[in-house]
Design a protein around this ligand. Sequence first.
Ligand code: CMX
Ligand code: CO
Length: 146
Amino acid sequence: MLTRIDHIGIACFDLDKTVEFYRATYGFEVFHSEVNEEQGVREAMLKINETSDGGASYLQLLEPTRPDSTVAKWLDKNGEGVHHIAFGTADVDADAADIKEKGVRVLYEEPRRGSMGSRITFLHPKDCHGVLTELVTSAPVESPEH
Ligand code: CMX
Ligand code: CO
């Protein structure tokens, strides 16, 4: 079951400048950053709410790492802006299988690695009224030490 918005993915030309815009304008700070070579992105996750139970929402700012990446291609065509939305689920495998049954193209056979150790897959935008849609299961939250 999809239970929340995990993040909104925003494509940008210059990650550092875009991070600075979100900090200066809204006060959002970088919670996490990483390079995901498989996806061809350098990314910054800005945490929007304060939960620490794996149910937080983020903005995912994305800068391409190579000209043939999906985000680079998208920026060439569209310029900067909202690239995808991501719904959170406890079981990305089950939700992807259910959605595939409904005739929506799921882009990966098996979920791949996303931000912060999450598992992700994507639905084709042409089957989702023009919205590239990601499904995310967050990495398990470490339980506090007793
Ligand atoms: N949102 C909406 N529509 C999109 C889109 C997007 N982000 N990206 C592509 N499209 C549309 C295009 O406009 C195009 O439509 P038209 O045929 O009407 O012009 C069509 O989909 C095909 O687009 P394309 O430019 O030829 O691109 P590809 O088919 O090569 O790739 C897609 C499209 C969705 C398969 C590819 O972007 C993909 O695999 N995405 C998933 C991975 C990804 O986006 N990774 C980066 C984010 C990583 C993360 O979130 O962690
Ligand atoms: Co994403």
